[in-house]
Design a protein around this ligand. Structure first.
Ligand SMILES: C[S@@+](CC[C@H](N)C(=O)[O-])C[C@H]1O[C@@H](n2cnc3c(N)ncnc32)[C@H](O)[C@@H]1O
Length: 258
């Protein structure tokens, strides 16, 4: 049986130091898409003026945050955390690749964000045999929001992944994922995100995108099917590879834990 976890760990450890530069445009685009949907996601820490529907700022022009705790699973260098950090009180990242976790943490510290506000840890919630003891503490439970940005296509068992993430949410908590719509075999065309043409990378992409039905089935089976919605994201993303540009559509899907 293929060791998907080992292959993913090796590949992302090797590509961590160049990840943010290589995908800078795509990362910023996805951050914008997530931020534009923060109310829909449930990062509702912002007060809206009841008459104008405008965001209410405090005197120092910061947003009046509620205590919202985010689990950014398969966090990589921290795309989802960066998108939602202004609207939540704590971001907890988890990833199997040590070097991605280091990039996440050094990025946060370089921006003056404290460990209590944003911190990533090495860990795998997706081993079918067991969940590691190191992730059993209260700091890894009771999340208001759990999210996976561009990670589901790397997970061998997406049904198990959805269940394991749902277990980490409080009742009423929100799970959302961002990933590719169903697409052609990337071996026929170059990819980019997950870069299937980089040495070793093609072994890390397991799923060629997900339909609404795929995601809904998983969310319902995991008990996070309430208020389920799946939206195609704007213009999609464009990857450059060997001087050629390739377009790929993305979705965002959300469900609430019953
Ligand atoms: C394409 S990157 C996405 C990173 C980040 N979420 C983003 O959107 O930029 C996929 C990430 O999934 C992580 N990953 C793959 N399998 C995993 C698993 N079983 N558990 C945790 N992280 C995993 C990889 O190490 C990598 O950092």
């Amino acid at each position: 049986m293929a060791d998907w976890t080992g292959k993913n760990r090796d590949h992302f450890n090797n590509s961590a130091s160049t990840y943010n530069t290589k995908f800078s445009k795509t990362i910023l685009q996805i951050i914008d898409e997530i931020q534009a949907r923060r109310h829909w996601i449930g990062a509702d820490s912002i007060d809206l003026d009841s008459e104008t529907d405008e965001e209410v700022l405090t005197a120092d022009h910061t947003f009046p945050n509620k205590a919202l705790k985010l689990l950014d699973y398969a966090c990589g260098t921290g795309l989802v955390s960066r998108a939602l950090a202004p609207y939540v009180s704590q971001c907890v990242g988890l990833d199997i690749a040590e070097s991605m976790v280091s990039e996440y943490n050094s990025g946060a510290r370089n921006q003056g964000i404290s460990e209590t506000e944003m911190c990533a840890h090495v860990g795998n919630l997706l081993d079918p045999a067991a969940v590691p003891e190191s992730l059993s503490g209260p700091e890894f439970h009771g999340f208001d929001i759990a999210a996976v940005g561009m990670g589901f296509h790397h997970f061998p068992d997406t049904e198990l992944a959805t269940k394991r993430l749902a277990e980490r949410l409080r009742k009423g908590g929100v799970l959302f994922i961002v990933d590719f719509l169903p697409h052609e075999d990337p071996k026929a065309h170059s990819d980019g995100y997950g870069d299937v043409h980089a040495p070793g990378a093609s072994d890390t992409v397991i799923h060629l995108g997900f339909s609404e039905e795929d995601v809904r089935r998983n969310f319902e089976a995991a008990g996070v099917g309430d208020k389920f919605e799946y939206m195609v994201l704007g213009k999609g993303v464009v990857f450059s590879h060997e001087g050629k540009e390739h377009k790929r559509s993305l979705f965002i899907a959300r469900g609430v834990k019953v």
